[in-house]
Design a binder for this molecule. Structure first.
Ligand code: PEP
Ligand code: MN
Length: 350
């Protein structure tokens, strides 16, 4: 961090800045220049309260020279973070991971049945919300604990891993008991008590980008989880709000290579929530793979028109099989492969 002094700052004012920095527990190095002096702050651990320096007299501005996030950054850890789940699925390696399932868990038979179908098509992680963060309080809110039990049953029967959303800190503890990966949704990306609890859960966390979050805010939210000692964080680009109305959200595919250059954490894409439209999910899924995503999260329902939530963006199972075939080819073109299936895969059209 650099504290830039006004051109007419006095020696006393510069000394006051140095004393304040030292009082805060950091090193200070005045750098005299032709026009003005700047004071470098040394040893910034991310906890510097720059407001304390901005208010000092003679200070023109305080410029951060490193990112506010630390442990999520590539400077902190150069190699990609690779997360291995109990069923052998690896997130963050060169293989693409496929997470698929309905928006919400709607019943035991429904989730177990779709899990079998998706597992046989090559997905290795089952998604499905038991606690649903709905925009309207009158919409279906999910089956809660029952839903978690049904997901656990689907895992038992298929060997797939389970990712499901926690809405609050106590919910994170509950989800950690049943699921393999705790999902934190877009609406909760900056729910700091939830991030912290998930960070202490001992389970990997799938963190979705907030609908109006900058990349810096996204990475700082991940930093909350890592700061609690949990470095198994999977980021998920799921679209941001925009002025345009042709899709539900604007799937920010540039975020994928941008995040990969700034952070060692894996990043997947969710073109289902990113577009909100079934017909746009496959093209954007293909594009996300081409952009280098480590995986995809796709909503699939046995009978989308009857889905209790997000039917309009849910693929039919057969479409998911077609998508798998297409992305296999795209992945090859960039020297990647799909995660090996848990069972022989069912080709599209069969
Ligand atoms: C979800 O994946 O079920 C979900 C609610 O997504 P998002 O948080 O991205 O809206
Ligand atoms: Mn959904």
């Amino acid at each position: 961090m650099l504290v830039v002094m006004r051109h007419n700052a006095t020696e006393e004012q510069i000394s006051a800045v140095v004393d304040t920095i030292e009082d805060m527990g950091y090193g200070a190095r005045p750098i005299p220049g032709g026009q003005r002096t700047a004071v470098g702050l040394i040893g910034n651990d991310g906890g510097v309260d720059s407001a304390r320096l901005e208010v000092l007299s003679g200070v023109l501005e305080v410029i951060p020279v490193t990112h506010a996030y630390k442990q999520v950054s590539r400077e902190w850890k150069e190699d990609d973070t690779v997360i291995t789940l109990p069923n052998g699925t690896v997130v963050g390696g060169s293989d693409l991971v496929l997470m698929a399932g309905p928006c919400a868990v709607e019943g035991e038979a429904a989730i177990v049945d779709i899990a079998h179908v998706l597992r046989d098509m090559g997905a290795t992680i089952l998604r499905g919300g038991a606690f649903k963060p709905r925009t309207s309080p009158y919409s279906f809110q999910g089956l809660g604990l029952e839903g978690l039990k049904y997901l656990a049953r689907a895992r038992e029967e298929t060997g797939m891993m389970v990712v499901t959303e926690a809405l609050d800190p106590d919910g994170a503890d509950l989800v950690a008991e049943y699921a393999d990966v705790i999902q934190i949704g877009a609406r909760n990306m900056q729910n700091y008590p939830l991030l912290r609890r998930a960070g202490r859960s001992g389970k990997p966390v799938l963190l979705k980008r907030g609908m109006s979050a900058t990349i810096e805010e996204f990475l700082l939210a991940a930093e909350y989880i890592i700061a609690e000692g949990n470095d198994e964080v999977i980021l998920c680009e799921r679209g941001v709000r925009s002025f345009a109305k042709h899709t539900r959200n604007l799937l920010d595919l540039a975020a994928i290579p941008v995040v990969q250059s700034l952070s060692h954490l894996p990043i997947i894409a969710d073109p289902s929530h990113g577009t909100g439209l079934r017909s746009k999910v496959i093209p954007m899924a293909r594009a996300a793979v081409a952009a280098g995503a480590h995986g995809l999260m796709i909503e699939v329902h046995a009978d989308p028109p009857q889905a209790m939530s997000d039917g309009a963006q849910s693929l039919y199972p057969q479409q998911f099989a077609e998508l798998m075939e297409q992305i296999r080819v795209i992945a090859k073109a960039i020297d990647r492969d799909l995660t090996p299936p848990l069972r022989p895969t069912v080709p599209a059209g069969s």
